[in-house]
Ligand binder design. Structure first.
Ligand code: AMP
Ligand code: MG
Length: 422
């Protein structure tokens, strides 16, 4: 049996970064930028007011104070989006709104609070009293202070977050070159499975894995392609597998535990090859990985990585987080593939009976400076609600028989602390 690290290494060495494609900026959220973005414009395009106030010549405000205001003649008003035709000359001012271009001749903006604007509003006059001395440049946002024309703004390889979407929009870009999202075919296997839009009959269970796995694919940036349910027969499996052969990755669930495995193994051997089966972990031991023959959109044959997740609902989700997530991230061009982890103080002991690496579902909370973790309850790999209660997985190393209460353990965070529902 290989270790978690060996299994991950084999999977990651098999998958490669996908091509870039032109993508609408909003759709590119979470993808990796495949081009350097330089600016052909200045942002802001002109010097403009940072406050509502009066554009003046700073030297006209020399000696101004609340006790002895300097009165200037108001010659115009300029709002954001317009340009004043007037020039500020000695003893004059132009009323200006935030974002409006600073008129010719002015070198500072005195905010309303430092003028007698309120008095002026009550009895309109052509004069404004300036109540303090202004330094040149006061309340002026300089041309190009955010982005200078010709500068490199976003680097190829960076992840597009909401701020990058905003920066692209500020440059007037509607599309961007981004590494495309992988299409992941998802196939459930098992004679006992019924799909969620069908009535449940005796001895059957609903197919939940397809949906938890598809949700995970989507969460980590891929595009799920649902292939439905294959029966535990070679013919059914082969037919369904071929329907998903144009994807970038294939994920099956079930049919890999000791009893079933021969059938899936025979099919995989016929349709591709198996790299490994079984990993020294719990849950998730019967994980299989290999490749199957596929055809891409242009009809070219190639091998598609295939992850055969165990059927138990918790096992399929845990093995997805550990192996499919990093594979998807790598295909998307991301560099940081590791699961986010914290060190947490265990609030109850966890035993490890058979020398595998154990991942227990846990509730992680930050209290004061420390993280604390407690189990969600029964840890059976069929108890899917334990995943729903959990926001983390406590990792018990294979060579550790027990982690005692009060000891510190590594915990993989599945969600941020504040997203916990309880
Ligand atoms: P297997 O790995 O096929 O032996 O399945 C192990 C357990 O997981 C069995 O109890 C199955 O009924 C259950 N199981 C397998 N596939 C699914 C699925 N798609 N949805 C829910 N449970 C499943
Ligand atoms: Mg099965």
């Amino acid at each position: 049996m290989i270790s978690v690290e060996q299994a991950l290494e084999k999977i990651l060495s098999y998958v490669s970064v996908l091509e870039a494609e032109e993508t609408p900026i909003l759709d590119s959220l979470g993808q990796v930028l495949a081009e350097d973005i330089s600016s052909s414009i200045n942002i802001p395009p002109l010097d403009n007011a940072a406050m509502d106030g009066y554009a003046v010549q700073a030297r006209d405000t020399d000696g101004a104070s609340r006790e002895s205001p300097r009165f200037l003649h108001v010659i115009d008003t300029v709002i954001a989006g317009s340009i004043s035709e007037q020039e500020v000359k000695p003893d004059t001012a132009i009323r200006i709104m935030t974002g409006a271009p600073v008129p010719k001749g002015a070198d500072s903006v005195v905010q309303f609070e430092d003028t007698d604007e309120t008095r002026r509003k009550k009895s309109p006059s052509k004069e404004i009293g300036i109540l303090c001395k202004a330094k040149p440049g006061l309340n002026i946002r300089r041309v190009g202070e955010d982005i200078a024309k010709g500068s490199l703004v976003l680097k190829k390889g960076s992840v597009i977050r909401p701020a990058e979407v905003g920066v692209l929009a500020s440059l007037g870009r509607s599309k961007v070159m981004a590494i495309r999202r992988p299409v992941v075919s998802i196939l459930a296997t098992g004679n006992e499975l019924v799909d969620i839009n069908q009535p449940l009959t005796a001895g059957k269970i609903y197919n939940s894995n397809t949906y938890s796995v598809a949700a995970l694919v989507q969460r980590y940036g891929g595009i799920p392609k649902i292939l439905g349910i294959a029966l535990d027969s070679e013919a059914s499996l082969i037919t369904r597998l071929r329907q998903g052969s144009d994807a970038d990755m294939l994920i099956t669930s079930g049919g890999v535990s000791a009893g079933d495995y021969d059938m899936v193994k025979d099919v995989l051997a016929k349709e591709g090859e198996i790299t490994f089966w079984t990993v020294r972990m719990k849950p998730g031991k019967p994980l299989a990985f290999g490749s199957i023959k596929g055809v891409n959109k242009t009809g070219v044959t190639r091998n598609i990585p295939h992850l055969g997740l165990p059927g138990n609902p918790v096992s399929s989700m845990v093995t997805f987080e550990l192996f499919a997530r990093p594979a998807i991230l790598k295909m998307m061009g991301k560099k940081n593939l590791a699961n986010p982890t914290v060190e947490a103080v265990l609030e109850e002991p966890i035993v490890n009976t058979d020398g595998r690496r154990v991942y227990t579902r846990a509730i992680v909370e930050k209290r004061g400076d420390n993280y604390f973790a407690r189990l969600t309850g029964p840890q059976g790999s069929g108890i899917l609600t334990s995943m729903s209660l959990a926001n983390g997985l406590v990792v018990v190393p294979e060579d550790k028989a027990e982690i005692k209460a009060g000891e510190v353990a590594q915990v993989i965070l599945l969600d941020w602390n504040e997203e916990l529902s309880s």
